[in-house]
Design a protein around this ligand. Structure first.
Ligand code: PHB
Length: 390
């Protein structure tokens, strides 16, 4: 009897020691971060801006997370949904990263989410706007520092009506992000009394816009509402202006069409009205400091994608400080991530129960090659996320 008790006490002492040294060991190892972002193709600039923003946040914190060093593993998603499950599995199962950062493309996110659900990997979506990520496909391990397609597009419907645009043509890429973006615009626009007279869908990532532009000219709507981004956004805005349509038909969009693209679009972008959760011209101490330090580090100013990466980095800085660098206690880590509140360059940002950002949506007009903030189209906007069951 006595012997047994001693043996049990010894056994539990050994187990406790082993567990403690395991955790201590894990905490002395670097935090592993996996990037799954596009570094080639039409979204390459977006992937690079997210990566730069993320690394800047860590640099401002001595490249430490909860006192631990950081190691990066980087995979080029090529914005190709068919490669997403394998790439995600590589990061999670082979590289054993602690956090996955990405992606840009909603279709890539679908494939990643499937693996994240199976493996419980913590994923911070730094762009992809698919509504389902914080609805049907939400989960304790899924976070987003970007937006949903609904969140940035919905406020524009009322703006369009307020400006007297009653008949609108929509044009976008034919994949989930574009479909959801124009659907959200149409939802608020028609509720306010507007009419979408034609919906055009261009195969992704094609930039063959000419036949659509000819058709728009003959339909002669009050305005055109669009979602394109990256290289496709540059091409669309240039072609729209080259066809002369910008002189008579107001171009509206969620802000992706011009974000990060103003330099390449030049004169062609002047006057475009968009809604988005950031503008580089926001005159706040947080944004002014961010713009200055990003520009010093990278030689060009930041865009919305850079902010999304920066805030993902800041989110990890805050959460890992809260758990003292312990990534083993999953519940504590997830609670810490969910409770993050940021004084972001975009303005105040916190997370809903579905782990979606609650943030301002700005109305912006391109003037002199900048996104002037005309007003706040929706303040601290929450997304509809009733399908989310954690
Ligand atoms: C997306 O596929 O979700 C997406 C891509 C580029 C953007 C916005 C959303 O700028």
């Amino acid at each position: 009897m006595k012997n047994n008790t001693i043996k049990k006490t010894l056994a539990s002492a050994i187990v406790t020691t082993t567990l403690m040294s395991g955790a201590a060991l894990a905490e002395s190892e670097p935090v592993k971060i996996g990037f799954l972002l596009p570094y080639s193709g039409t979204y390459a600039a977006l992937g690079n801006a997210i990566t730069n923003g993320f690394k800047l946040a860590l640099e401002q914190n001595n490249n430490l997370l909860g006192g631990r060093d950081i190691e990066f593993v980087t995979i080029d998603s090529q914005a190709d949904p068919s490669r997403a499950p394998q790439n995600m599995s590589q990061l999670v199962n082979s590289d054993e990263v602690d956090f996955v950062i990405g992606p840009v493309h909603s279709g890539v996110a679908m494939g990643m989410l499937r693996v994240a659900k199976q493996t419980d990997a913590i994923m911070i979506i730094t762009n992809a706007g698919l509504n389902a990520a914080t609805n049907e496909l939400c989960g304790p391990n899924i976070f987003r520092t970007s937006f949903s397609m609904w969140q940035d597009a919905y406020p524009m419907g009322q703006v369009a009506m307020d400006r007297g645009f009653e008949k609108v043509v929509t044009i976008t890429w034919d994949y989930s992000a574009g479909q959801e973006d124009v659907a959200a615009f149409e939802e608020s626009f028609t509720a306010a009394g507007g009419e979408v007279i034609e919906k055009m869908f261009v195969p992704f990532p094609s930039t063959e816009f000419q036949s659509y532009l000819t058709q728009i000219a003959s339909l002669n709507p009050d305005a055109v509402y669009t979602f394109f981004a990256g290289g496709g956004g540059v091409a669309f805005v240039r072609d729209y202006a080259a066809s002369g349509l910008n002189k008579n038909i107001q171009l509206l969009g969620s802000g992706f069409v011009t974000d990060g693209n103003l330099e390449a679009q030049g004169e062609a972008a002047e006057g475009i009205l968009t809604t988005l959760h950031y503008s580089e011209t926001l005159n706040t101490p947080e944004n002014n400091a961010f713009v200055a330090s990003y520009t010093t580090s990278f030689g060009n100013g930041p865009d919305t994608y850079a902010v999304q990466g920066y805030d993902a980095g800041m989110m990890l800085v805050q959460a890992l400080a809260q758990v003292n660098g312990n990534t083993e206690d999953r519940d504590a880590l997830i609670n810490a991530l969910a409770s993050v509140e940021l004084d972001s360059p975009r303005g105040p940002m916190s997370f809903s129960a579905s782990h979606h950002p609650i943030q301002n949506i700005y109305l912006r007009e391109v003037r002199d090659g900048k996104h002037d903030v005309v007003g706040i189209a929706a303040e601290q906007l929450q997304v509809p996320d009733t399908a989310c069951r954690m």
